[in-house]
Design a protein around this ligand. Structure first.
Ligand code: S3P
Length: 173
């Protein structure tokens, strides 16, 4: 079985994914790192040199590769992965995959992302927290329909990494 962690940028997918893998003794793959390794470029470089459409195309190809080739793995997806092409359909169609939506509130995401926007090309240009709140609000609204198709949803605000990990395990096993 593979477990896909889904959620907006800054929702803790990588941190929780690596903790969950440690607790369950599963392999762990951060999908952005996987793409960077395969393309030999950072996500920012891919967006800058080839553009977002190219990024979405390879994201779909590498997702198929992971679904086919991995087992007993926790995979932390990119925030946009479930929202493009047939990606969410592929995850739902896999008999060996379950998906978990890590749901964080707009204020929590804003605080985190404002301090970490440099490595995220979609939000790197946002200069004020007010603009960030507005951007996240609209963007999350567009994406929620995809995130809500996950097998489980975990509310993460005010919870520690350990509490979130425990909740995921209780929900899935
Ligand atoms: C993206 C999220 C990023 C990365 C890329 C696009 C998005 O991943 O895949 O910058 O569309 O939300 P994280 O969610 O890990 O930041």
């Amino acid at each position: 079985m593979n477990f896909f962690l889904i959620g907006y940028m800054g929702s803790g997918k990588s941190t929780i994914g690596s903790k969950l893998a440690q607790v369950l003794d599963y392999n762990f793959i951060d999908f952005d790192d996987y793409i960077q390794f395969k393309e030999k470029k950072t996500i920012t470089e891919i967006f800058q040199s080839k553009g977002e459409i190219y990024f979405r195309k390879i994201e779909n190809i590498y997702l198929k590769e992971l679904i086919e080739d991995t087992t007993n793995t926790i995979i932390s997806l990119g925030g946009g992965t479930p929202c493009y092409g047939n990606n969410m359909e592929l995850i739902k169609a896999s008999k060996h995959a379950k998906s978990i939506y890590l749901k964080a509130s707009i204020p929590v995401l804003t605080e985190r992302l404002f301090n970490e926007k440099g490595k995220r090309p979609l939000i790197a240009h946002i200069d004020s927290k007010e603009e960030m709140v507005e951007f996240i609000g609209k963007h999350l609204f567009e994406r929620t329909n995809y995130y809500n198709q996950s097998d489980a949803t975990i509310l993460t605000d005010n919870k520690s990494i350990e509490e979130i990990t425990e909740k995921i395990i209780l929900e899935l096993f």
